[in-house]
Design a protein around this ligand. Structure first.
Ligand SMILES: [Zn+2]
Length: 532
């Protein structure tokens, strides 16, 4: 006699094959396909704004207006962050939350569609990570699903939010602390990649704490009375030397790096203040906190050696290592298989291969084979790497990241090269493919409540069985909203001349007068396109 659980499984299988759901998903996919121009305009518009973390004022204004125009209610200034917002539409359960980052990379300005280093503005920021594309994926999908929900009277709430200052891992822990995900059932995050993919379990990368160590010394004439000065810069340098020696004796999984945002004013004044900014990365919360404590000990020792004072370390950002939900990932991967990779043209492949040759990596071109849904990583397969503060969200709500193919394989990351495809047909088609998968997955979770239950079951009984979330940010920490203000103020006036105007030009490439693709010229020069 079949047990109740077997009957339930059979019932679920029957629901999963509901012809009504299948038909609505196909309809949403067709709807997304009909919105290619809308998607392309969002990708191009945000590319042209090219704003650094915490300064995404044009990007957020544009997205807020667009969402309001499409019936969403928007709360601005979320968690005390001027460029953060949360948009909602619909009512009741489930609440499905869609996020994607919007900030860009310092000194990554680059003409799109040109397969060599050609800055639009020398030294200016640019989308050398591809964060101009994710909101287009989420919003296109949400509007297609909203249309179906309205007609079919489906209950449920769609929530959309931006990953502000992701490059500074600066906001998502504050979103969590502010209660943004309190009533959320699942989170689907989207991020640019060079394939259409998702994963579950622990991520390969690290979590981190981003800390500013500052020292207070005493100024004096650096030549006239150096013995009366106490150099805060000396403390910074000795801290860095101490850390670099100690690094040899840290676990192989750690990553740590620093910049010196304040190294003094001018050589003839003994620096009375100086600061060094560290990213301290490890695989889990206890190891991250251990690194933080060690760095603080080294800072204190450096202060003692120089007779300066260590000021209270300031946390500028943080990220838990991500862990993604098996149930959502498995459902999403079924949808990924149905959509498949975009059809690349010869022009797309020529751009990709020319750039790969330019960088001296194998010229394999764009992905033509889907990634597999790899099984969860075993502990010894986690060797450390980058971080994303979606990790904090993933330990509070069942979460996955949908990776979509808007970029070129083999690139260094956080570099001008990663901006090249991001306002071209590669990015546009990748975003549309992502939006199709996103729309299908949202509909699955809207119409099959048992999937939400299963996702939470995995979250409670597997993911958080032994590990409980503790924020890396302390109660006194506040978002570092002043970061990047000066750099954006310096470049924005010049950048405005390059903002995309979709009322005049079909695409941003057309506005810039760039032939697609442009390769390095026969004489070795790299250029392409007229400047407006
Ligand atoms: Zn990113």
């Amino acid at each position: 006699m079949p047990s109740l659980s077997i009957l339930l499984v059979a019932l679920q299988a029957a629901t999963s094959q509901s012809p009504r759901l299948a038909a609505l998903k196909q309809e949403a996919v067709r709807d997304v396909a009909g919105r290619v121009q809308f998607t392309q305009q969002m990708v191009d518009q945000i590319f042209s704004f090219a704003e650094l973390g915490f300064q995404e004022t044009e990007t957020s204004r544009y997205l807020i207006d667009l969402l309001k125009k499409n019936g969403f209610t928007v709360r601005e200034g979320v968690a005390g962050i001027p460029t953060a917002w949360v948009a909602t539409w619909g009512s009741g359960k489930p609440v499905i939350s869609l996020g994607s980052d919007i900030d860009d990379i310092p000194q990554a300005s680059q003409k799109p569609g040109v397969a060599c280093h050609a800055p639009m503005i020398e030294g200016a920021p640019g989308h050398g990570e591809g964060h101009n594309s994710g909101q287009a994926v989420n919003i296109t999908a949400a509007l297609a699903v909203k249309k179906v929900m309205e007609r079919e009277h489906l209950p449920g709430t769609l929530q959309i939010w931006p990953g502000v200052a992701e490059e500074l891992v600066g906001t998502k822990a504050y979103f969590v602390r502010d209660g943004l995900f309190k009533d959320v059932d699942i989170v689907i995050f989207s991020h640019v990649d060079d394939n259409l993919a998702t994963s579950w379990g622990d991520v390969a990368g690290n979590g981190l704490v981003s800390v500013l160590f500052s020292f207070q010394g005493r100024s004096a004439h650096a030549a006239g009375a150096p013995w009366r000065g106490r150099s805060a810069l000396d403390a910074v340098e000795l801290m860095d030397i101490g850390w670099n020696y100690r690094r040899e004796h840290l676990r192989l999984q750690q990553r740590s790096h620093y910049v010196i945002p304040n190294g003094g004013d001018q050589p003839n004044v003994v620096p009375p203040t100086a600061s060094v900014w560290y990213y301290l990365r490890e695989l889990d919360y206890p190891h991250i906190m251990e690194m933080f404590a060690l760095a603080d000990t080294i800072a204190k020792a450096a202060a003692m050696m120089t007779s300066t004072t260590e000021l209270p370390p300031r946390i500028l950002g943080s990220a838990w290592p991500g862990h993604f939900n098996r149930v959502i990932a498995q459902d999403m991967y079924e949808n990924i298989k149905q959509i498949g990779l975009p059809e690349w043209t010869d022009a797309d492949q020529r751009l990709a291969k020319a750039l790969q040759r330019e960088l001296g990596v194998p010229d394999s071109g764009l992905a033509i084979k889907l990634d597999t849904l790899r099984p969860a990583l075993k502990p010894n397969e986690r060797t450390g790497g980058g971080s994303d503060d979606i990790g904090d969200v993933s330990w509070n709500v069942p979460t996955v990241t949908l990776r979509f193919p808007s970029n070129i394989p083999g690139l260094p990351g956080h570099n001008w090269a990663n901006a090249i495809s991001m306002a071209t047909p590669i990015a546009h088609k990748g975003a549309t493919a992502g939006a199709k998968v996103m729309a299908m997955t949202i509909l699955d979770f809207l119409m099959r409540p048992e999937l939400v239950t299963q996702a939470w079951d995995y979250f409670r009984t597997v993911q958080t069985k032994d590990i409980k979330y503790q924020p890396l940010i302390r109660p006194q920490d506040r978002p570092a909203i002043e970061l990047n203000r000066d750099v954006m103020a310096k470049f924005r006036p010049e950048m405005r001349r390059f903002y995309y105007d979709p009322t005049k030009y079909r695409t941003y490439l057309e506005q810039l007068g760039i032939t697609y693709p442009t390769e390095r010229a026969a004489d070795g020069s790299c250029g392409g396109g007229a400047t407006p």
